[in-house]
Design a protein around this ligand. Structure first.
Ligand code: PLP
Length: 378
């Protein structure tokens, strides 16, 4: 299989897989217990927490959750009072459903919700942001890297601006696609991330809370995760994160450069084909490339590639089963561009031959399909 859908999920690291049964056999105890072997598990959890904190320059406290979605929900609802009626809350029109649907719920509860416009790459219009930011804004949630296009928002600039204009506003950023993929350490109050996008397991997420920032959100229960997120810890997931964060932190520049080279190689190969629109910005996240192959349905392309053993996506994994035009509409795509989209995404061990093979197959399928369609029309 040639797997080019790494924005949907990534394969756990091989050395974690090799180590897994040893962990399950020997370190399955509850980290809250106080006998020695359980304390060793607790130590592993704490070591991973420290590692996660180090990965963002020790500017945040890290708490483990079950996924990026839970982290975002906790960040958003935990930053606001029970009664949100009339409160201004700001997000972008191209957020992942885990943020967008929270804002839809806030709208239902009577909050004054603002959806900022973006450019065609999903990057928030800074002028619109400045204009919509009122001194009584309670919450801002802007994704770091867009999961469809790979567009990178300048979170640090927006955070600094917001801090000056409305010091009372909480700034959250969904970092699920940005965490350890851009080389930028984000500045905000709350940054949320997910294990399975960095070659750890599914079912483990992180919420990073800026040191010194008082965050009231919590899950009530046994008081695990310093009282913020009760529930017995997913220790295997945390162990997988330990491997993954170590790996990505130690190889971040090499990994970014490698994926950027893959993007270049793909674009060079596909440049021979006509009717291609690049939906990802130059200088975007290195692991995401989105293109439209005008006249060829994204799903037709996806299934033809599948027959060759190549896995890609037409959009985000969560929405690929539902036909939701929200993002394409917000990006301003016309029907032809929206329906012929393909997202190709890489990780550290994707190799150039795979990428070039995929580009060649895409070009061949497009040419065949276009000839067929021309014949049909005659
Ligand atoms: N945010 C973004 C930008 C994503 O791409 C995703 C998943 O694709 C999520 C949030 C949700 O993360 P999780 O699957 O860990 O809940």
């Amino acid at each position: 299989m040639i797997y080019l859908d790494n924005a949907a999920t990534t394969k756990p690291l091989q050395f974690f897989i090799d180590d897994c049964s040893n962990f399950l056999e020997n370190r399955w105890l509850n980290p809250s217990a106080i006998y020695k072997s359980a304390v060793e598990v607790k130590n592993m959890v704490e070591e991973t927490r420290e590692l996660a904190q180090k990965s963002l320059g020790n500017k945040y406290n890290c708490y483990f959750t079950s996924c990026g979605t839970e982290s975002a929900n906790l960040a958003i609802f935990g930053s606001l009072p029970e009664n949100v009626r009339g409160r201004r809350v700001i997000t972008s029109s191209v957020e992942h459903p885990c943020v967008y649907n929270c804002f839809k719920e806030l709208e239902r509860r009577g909050a004054d919700v603002v959806y900022l416009r973006t450019n065609e790459f999903g990057i928030v219009d800074f002028e619109d942001f400045k204009n919509k930011l009122t001194s009584n804004t309670a919450l801002i949630s802007i994704m770091h890297v867009n999961n469809i296009t790979g567009g990178i928002n300048d979170i640090n600039m927006m955070y600094e601006y917001a801090r000056n204009k409305c010091p009372g506003a909480v700034f959250h950023s969904d970092g699920v696609q940005g965490y350890l993929k851009t080389g930028i350490i984000p500045k905000c109050h709350i940054y949320t991330a997910s294990g399975h996008k960095i070659n750890a397991l599914k079912g483990i997420g992180m919420i990073f809370v800026k040191k010194g920032f008082k965050f009231n959100g919590k899950l009530y229960g046994g008081g695990q995760e310093k009282g913020l997120r009760s529930g017995t810890e997913n220790t295997l997931g945390i162990y997988s994160l330990n491997h993954a964060i170590n790996f990505w932190m130690n190889n971040i520049n090499d990994n970014i450069q490698h994926m950027a080279r893959l993007q270049k190689a793909f674009l060079k190969e596909i440049s021979q084909l006509e009717g291609v629109v690049l939906n990802s910005p130059m200088g975007g996240a290195p692991h995401i490339l989105n293109l439209s192959f005008i006249g060829v349905g994204g799903e037709i392309l996806l299934h033809s590639l599948e027959a060759d053993g190549i896995c890609v996506s037409t959009g985000s994994a969560c929405s690929s089963r539902k036909k939701d035009p929200r993002i394409s509409n917000a990006l301003g795509f016309d029907k032809a561009r929206a329906e012929s989209q393909l997202r190709i995404s890489f990780t550290h061990d994707t190799n150039e031959e795979e990428v070039i093979f995929a580009a060649k197959r895409i070009a061949a399928i497009c040419r065949e399909h276009r000839i067929l369609m021309r014949r049909k029309r005659k």
